[in-house]
Design a protein around this ligand. Structure first.
Ligand SMILES: [Zn+2]
Length: 135
């Protein structure tokens, strides 16, 4: 089972099948969101009082150290670290826009992407053809 780690405090963001983040909306409303650790699975859970609209841009924070997890690649991409069973580390970047399906798994020059909107940010990497279909 892969671990997901905050790039700032190295705290664990994954508990079982839940990936936990805190977030802030443009109107400053804050809440917790639970994502799937399965790359390409865009289902999420949240409290019913936290209303998220399609196309809305969110800011993601580490629920442990409260660091802003916005990547330096693009302000709409969130960055966390994934460590697989072999101990290999990857950067995982995903869109912070509600309903936008773009996820990238980056290790050095190797970039894997998934999601129906993944074309949108691939300009930041030189994604070779053989990796285009699936992570
Ligand atoms: Zn942290």
């Amino acid at each position: 089972m892969e671990d997901f780690i905050c790039p700032i405090c190295r705290g664990h963001l994954r508990i079982g099948d839940d990936l936990i983040f805190s977030l802030k909306k443009k109107n400053n409303k804050k809440g917790l969101i639970i994502l799937s650790p399965e790359l390409g699975n865009y289902t999420y859970r949240k409290h019913e009082d936290l209303e998220l609209e399609e196309g809305e841009e969110l800011t993601f924070f580490c629920p442990i150290c409260h660091a802003n997890l916005t990547s330096d690649v693009d302000k709409n991409l969130v960055k966390v670290i994934m460590v697989d069973e072999k101990g290999d580390r990857y950067e995982i970047l995903f869109s912070d826009i509600v309903g936008e399906e773009s996820t990238y798994k980056v290790k050095g020059k190797d970039v894997f992407k998934t999601g129906t909107d993944a074309e949108r940010y691939q300009k930041y990497w030189d994604v070779p053809d053989e990796y285009k279909k699936y992570i």
